[in-house]
Ligand binder design. Structure first.
Ligand code: CTP
Length: 442
């Protein structure tokens, strides 16, 4: 005879199928919570999505906070809840663009008549509507409102318009309403919304840019840098410990070399100063091979004058005090102590040089506080632009084929979707060419 075991009995409220969990695992959902009585159900929606292994970020409207507290969502998602378009905290300054692009799918639940109307007309007067306008991903709406509001031609027209723009809808259900009436307008149950999310994710969720704007994003930079001299540093540096050993880092040089290639394709004369990498020299560049940071420093100064300097190399910050002979174990019980000496900062040197190029661009490889650390580098090193990327243990930037960056200038931050290093190189060179035009660099 079988006995009921409370720990192993399937709990009705925890029923997410294996297939569902598989389909949603590691998907990133941006949930926008509107101000409706059904907001409490969105807590359960978050819980179910998390059970399936999906990452959930939450944006709340001001009205939503009248129904459920941000703390409830923050506890369930274990991440901050976003609610302000203009926030004093630096990491949130980019949130409307970054949030809207980082997700695989946007979900609006509950989608009130007001939120639907504002999204349909392209209003962006708070974080939720700004994210909805700025996103390049599909949005799934779970409407929730009184039946008269739902039945109103204005609401129906707004919904048709959003569908024309590529939006998806789940529900509403018909049933008893909080206001005591009966009819269509109840937000779908969380389980149903999870199924709709799963179905939406089976298809491409990236929204194409309307045809007439596609050329604005194309990276046809042909001849955009004609007549300009561009100096690029790339790869790691090796710092000798003794005649046979060295200190290095994981940089592959793929990003720097791709940028040099993109600059050549844009018609520039390119000097590529490359640390030790396992890559062929890009065609059409003058490639100078160096080993150490000091060699790279000297080569960069020698390459001036230039119009544009792009410091992509992962330069070793320290070198070891010179040792002429191979360090031997000699039966000594303790390991040898290495004395480290700080290397010159190539980027800062070039940016403060009397021959300063018109545009100096650096990279920032960070494992924490990405944006604030990158901003500090922009100022400290005197650059015009910093390309910030996260090189933490979970990122595959070093050695990988893709990159996920934020472009930081004194004007602000622009976050780019993850893309191949070569696509990033083309786009960066396009941006640099536009910047040169704007600055009148001839
Ligand atoms: N850089 C440089 N010379 C150095 C160190 C770094 O030119 N000695 C350049 C890199 O090419 C990059 C930028 O400075 O464009 C930032 O490099 P990063 O390694 O992110 O930072 P660091 O300056 O080394 O500072 P920290 O290691 O403290 O983050």
């Amino acid at each position: 005879m079988k006995t009921a075991n409370a720990n192993h009995a399937p709990r009705e409220d925890r029923v997410v199928s294996h297939v569902q969990a598989h389909n949603l695992k590691q998907k990133r959902i941006l949930l926008i919570v509107g101000g409706g009585i059904a907001a409490y159900k969105s807590l359960d929606l978050v819980r179910r999505l998390r059970e399936c292994g999906a990452g959930v970020s939450v944006v709340m409207t001001a009205a939503a906070k009248q129904f459920v507290t941000p703390l409830s969502f923050a506890s369930l998602t274990q991440s901050p809840v976003y609610d302000e378009l203009f926030s004093a905290t630096t990491e949130q300054e980019i949130s409307h663009i970054h949030l809207s692009r980082a997700a695989d799918l946007l979900v609006v639940a509950p989608a009130t008549a007001n939120l639907i109307a504002r999204a349909a007309t392209g209003l962006c007067d708070d974080l939720a509507t700004t994210v909805l306008l700025a996103t390049d991903k599909r949005t799934l709406y779970a409407p929730s409102m009184n039946l008269r509001m739902w039945a109103h031609p204005a609401t129906q027209e707004n919904i048709d318009r959003l569908k024309d723009y590529g939006a998806l809808f789940v529900g509403p259900d018909t049933g008893d309403m909080a206001c005591g009436e009966y009819g269509p307008g109840r937000m779908s149950e969380p389980a149903q919304i999870v199924s709709a999310i799963e179905a939406a994710l089976m298809h491409q969720t990236q929204l194409p840019l309307p045809q007439k704007f596609q050329s604005a994003l194309s990276c046809d930079t042909t001849r955009a840098l004609a007549g300009k001299h561009v100096v690029v540093t790339s790869g790691p540096t090796h710092e000798a410990i003794d005649p046979v050993r060295y200190i290095a880092n994981r940089s592959s040089g793929k990003q720097g070399h791709a940028i040099a290639r993109a600059a050549v394709a844009a018609g520039a004369r390119v000097t590529l100063i490359s640390g030790p990498v396992a890559l062929p020299d890009p065609e059409g560049c003058q490639t100078i091979h160096v080993l150490s940071a000091r060699d790279m420093h000297a080569a960069a100064i020698a390459a001036l004058p230039a119009d544009i300097f792009i410091g992509v190399a992962a330069v070793a910050d320290w070198r070891v005090a010179p040792v002429d002979q191979k360090i031997k174990k000699n039966g000594a019980s303790s390991a040898p102590a290495l004395t480290l000496i700080e290397n010159p900062d190539i980027l800062a040197t070039i940016a403060s040089s009397p021959q300063r190029p018109a545009l100096v661009v650096g990279f920032a490889a960070e494992t924490q506080n990405l944006l604030s650390a990158a901003r500090d580098k922009l100022i400290k090193k005197g650059c015009d632009m910093i390309v910030a990327n996260d090189v933490g243990v979970t990122s595959d930037v070093f050695g990988g084929e893709t990159n996920d960056v934020h472009i930081i200038t004194s004007a602000g931050v622009e976050s780019w979707d993850k893309m191949t290093k070569s696509a990033l190189a083309d786009r960066l060179i396009g941006l640099i060419a536009n910047q040169c035009d704007a600055m009148g660099v001839n």
